[in-house]
Design a protein around this ligand. Sequence first.
Ligand SMILES: Nc1ncnc2c1ncn2[C@@H]1O[C@H](COP(=O)(O)OP(=O)(O)O)[C@@H](O)[C@H]1O
Ligand SMILES: [Mg+2]
Length: 268
Amino acid sequence: MTENSFPMPDFSVADPSATSGIVMQSVCKTFQNKKILDELDFVINRGETVVIVGRSGEGKSVLLKHIVKLLTPDSGKVWIDGQEMTAMGHGDLYELRKRFGMLFQGAALFDSMTICENVGLGLLEHFNMTDAEINDRACECLAMVGLSGVENKLPSELSGGMKKRAGLARAIAMKPEYILYDEPTTGLDPITADAINDLILKLQDELNVTSIVVTHDMESAFKIGDRIAMLSGGKIIHSEKISTIRETSHPAVRQFINGSASGPLSVF
Ligand SMILES: Nc1ncnc2c1ncn2[C@@H]1O[C@H](COP(=O)(O)OP(=O)(O)O)[C@@H](O)[C@H]1O
Ligand SMILES: [Mg+2]
């Protein structure tokens, strides 16, 4: 069976305005004549952790950016808890963004700001808090990710793993309901990567967040995810719960998960 002959899942939702969680509805995005998202439908339920996998350049980061409207679709809609985010003006969008944390690929810390200032940035922008309150919350979040004592350092003074953890502290500072992680463990040694996985699990437990995690790290995916969804050709071609996906009957997903060069996905 080829990738194309496997039945496409149907993620369309009858009434997104009455659906909690995230609904992506027929989302299209083209860059320089290249269609990256192609009428993509997908649903992320509240409280779950969905891992999105796919080959490099398939559009995983682009998909995440649509969820927080850092990118807007050419057509299609994105709904958050029944509110159409794609139709929102600045005021509503500003309010909605407070409920999201995002760990960017590469952490995206500001070089000229201290770690404490980086972590407190969202609080400064979105909340009416004093400097002392912001400082306290930033320290609290840094402690949660095991980074006490680096508050006054600059990002350039931290290792890659520490920068990721600082990025994570920033993502959780606003006590978000949703956290988007873009390759949280990529480029880290296995021990630091596992510490990040444990942190993500702890956040799920303690803050009951809904998480969307983009990763190539299958060990991480199996440890933290409730289900895995695969992006290919601009659509989510398959979604399956973690407990059965190792034995999945979907050929392309099985190939990807097993990291095999032979299968329906071509190597070059
Ligand atoms: N802002 C942008 N402008 C132009 N092209 C972009 C932009 N963002 C992403 N792309 C292109 O979209 C494609 C998918 O990118 P990306 O989502 O980063 O892939 P990945 O699945 O590796 O995260 C790539 O070809 C990339 O060059
Ligand atoms: Mg990416």
